[in-house]
Write a protein that binds this ligand. Structure first.
Ligand SMILES: Nc1ncnc2c1ncn2[C@@H]1O[C@H](COP(=O)(O)OP(=O)(O)OP(=O)(O)O)[C@@H](O)[C@H]1O
Length: 268
């Protein structure tokens, strides 16, 4: 049976641009509208989704691979029913799995696919193999872009690598920590213009999240801004982003989107 689980990688190249914050809050916004959402914390070096949600530490995907736990046992329940799948910590590479580990991971995701509509993949910073593999395996790549030269350069580098190595041509871009929606749109347009000059890719504007003290304070208190300050500018903008994300088409595959995701991930 085909399962239409949307898989979106939240990535960006540069560290600290707001990937985890946007992934967590977008997940909650989607869950509030009745979608069944999970976040895969794919920042294996510095896993921080559970920290941001103040969830107690527990078993990770590593335990699933080692046969110590089932995937459904390691899934943590966050606010609004968002499920959190903690990634392995340390340096373990998901691309170097044995046949047995490979098939156990595929069937583990298969087992939760029926309970999900959307999987958000919170990647690490940088454009290393792991980040690129997670992004490539996902149906949609959401690039988080800030208005500073290094975020701009890193976002461009990430897009370039995903095009060059995997032929990916379509990217969604959200501007974060900007002063206004206009600034966000202009920033995405500017990146699009640079990409168009050198790469056969298209960038699609996904939204703008303003710089907001309420968000910063919520992060400090390990609370999602969406719940702590639901009327704040950033919370409203993230709800709008979630609404947009919910309209992105999901491919139906005979083997299902989640199995496709895991297969791609492991093939990388
Ligand atoms: N819209 C915003 N307004 C104000 N502050 C923000 C906003 N978005 C993110 N931040 C701040 O930026 C910091 C970094 O955010 P976050 O941890 O989500 O980034 P990241 O890209 O996931 O980082 P890393 O690359 O380390 O995983 C947060 O502590 C938060 O305070």
């Amino acid at each position: 049976m085909s399962r239409t689980v949307q898989v979106v990688a939240v990535t960006g190249g540069k560290g600290g641009v707001g990937k985890t914050t946007l992934a967590v809050n977008t997940a909650i916004a989607l869950a509030e509208t009745g979608q069944r959402v999970a976040i895969l914390d794919a920042d294996f070096g510095l896993a921080n989704v559970d920290v941001m949600l103040d969830l107690p530490p527990g078993a990770t995907i590593e335990d699933v691979l080692e046969g110590r736990a089932e995937l459904r046992d390691i899934v943590r329940l966050g606010p609004a029913g968002v499920r959190v799948i903690p990634g392995a910590s340390g340096t373990r590479r998901l691309t170097k799995l044995s046949e047995l580990e490979h098939s156990s991971l595929v069937s583990a995701f298969d087992a939760i696919a029926d309970q999900l509509d959307i999987l958000l993949v919170d990647t690490a910073a940088g454009i290393g193999d792991q980040v690129v593999n997670f992004a490539n395996a996902s149906r949609e790549v959401l690039v988080v872009l800030c208005n500073d030269p290094s975020s701009f350069a890193d976002a461009y580098a990430l897009i370039k690598v995903l095009w060059r190595d995997f032929g990916r041509q379509r990217f969604r871009v959200v501007a974060n920590m900007v002063a206004s929606e206009q600034e966000g749109r202009d920033l995405v347009d500017k990146l699009d213009a640079v990409c168009q000059q050198f790469l056969p890719v298209s960038l699609l504007y996904a939204g703008t999240v303003p710089m907001d003290d309420a968000l910063r304070e919520a992060v400090r208190q390990q609370q999602p801004v969406l719940l702590q300050s639901p009327g704040s500018a950033s919370a409203l903008a993230i709800r709008k982003l979630a609404e947009t994300l919910a309209t992105w088409p999901v491919a139906t595959r005979s083997r299902g989107q989640l199995e496709f995701f895991v297969d791609q991930l492991l093939a990388g």
